[in-house]
Design a protein around this ligand. Structure first.
Ligand code: SAH
Length: 237
């Protein structure tokens, strides 16, 4: 009896082992870069101190390489920003993770992003928030981001081509706002479009001297800002 139970539990175990390896085999066939992505999350993000389980899960499943032009695809999971044309870059993976952690998106949040670029940051936010409104000034980038986000099925993202300095007044207020290009000063319109109790994360400054800045608006509408580190983004035009 005891021996038989042993055998059963061993058999169950081996099925599970087989199940896992079959699953990863299948996912490797469907998505040949899943191993690179796993390594990116472990070595560039987890090991640098980002531990939010839901954020890590989202970074593990979002196909970053599909947001990078095919000519630069080999660099998609490297520890650096990657050019996407039109003087823009997709941010370094760690910076995407860090800014997302700072923004702290919730399932009930409507998020405004300024600087759609490739659409990758919007895709990450879409999986953590209720909806994402994202603005891009370069028409070609707005179009390609809209296409890939649509193709991959992120239905709660709306891309608008236009100048993000003025924000998106007809959809305001937003619980969260992320700016992924650097203005010299925080744009007034974006502060106005932040909901009470909301948070904005933006690089602020000129040239090589930019500070990643977290702005909180309290329940009375009072603003408190704090710099959290040096960064380097393309300027907000
Ligand atoms: N979040 C992007 C990276 C953005 S790079 C990603 O995940 O790939 C910064 C982007 O901001 C560029 O695409 C640039 O064209 C855009 N940008 C610059 N000035 C802008 C403005 N005034 N309004 C909207 N987008 C702007």
């Amino acid at each position: 009896m005891i021996r038989r139970r042993h055998w059963f539990s061993w058999a169950r175990h081996s099925v599970v082992i087989l199940g896992i390896s079959m699953a990863s085999l299948l996912s490797a066939v469907e998505d040949p870069l899943s191993g690179d992505r796993e390594r990116m999350v472990r070595e560039q993000i987890e090991m640098r101190g980002i531990h939010d389980a839901e954020l890590l899960r989202v970074l593990r499943v979002t196909p970053r390489h599909l947001f990078v032009p095919s000519i630069n695809r080999a660099m998609a999971y490297a520890d650096r920003p990657v050019p996407i044309g039109y003087r823009a870059t997709i941010s370094q993976p760690y910076v995407v993770a860090w800014m997302t952690e700072l923004l702290d998106p919730q399932k009930t949040d409507r998020v405004l992003e300024i600087g759609t670029g490739s659409g990758y940051q919007a895709a990450v936010l879409a999986q953590l928030a209720k909806s994402v409104y994202t603005m891009e000034i370069v028409p070609e980038l707005a179009r390609s981001a809209r296409e890939i986000l649509n193709e991959l099925g992120y239905r709660n993202v709306t891309v608008r081509q236009g100048d993000g300095y003025g924000g998106w007044p007809d959809e305001a207020p937003f619980e969260k706002i992320m700016v992924t290009a650097a203005p010299p000063e925080l744009p007034r319109a974006l502060l106005d479009q932040l909901a009470h109790g909301g948070r904005l994360v933006a690089p602020v400054g000129r040239g090589m001297s930019q500070q990643l800045t977290v702005v909180d608006k309290d329940a009375h509408g009072r603003i408190r800002r704090r710099p959290v580190g040096d960064v380097l983004f393309v300027p907000l035009r």
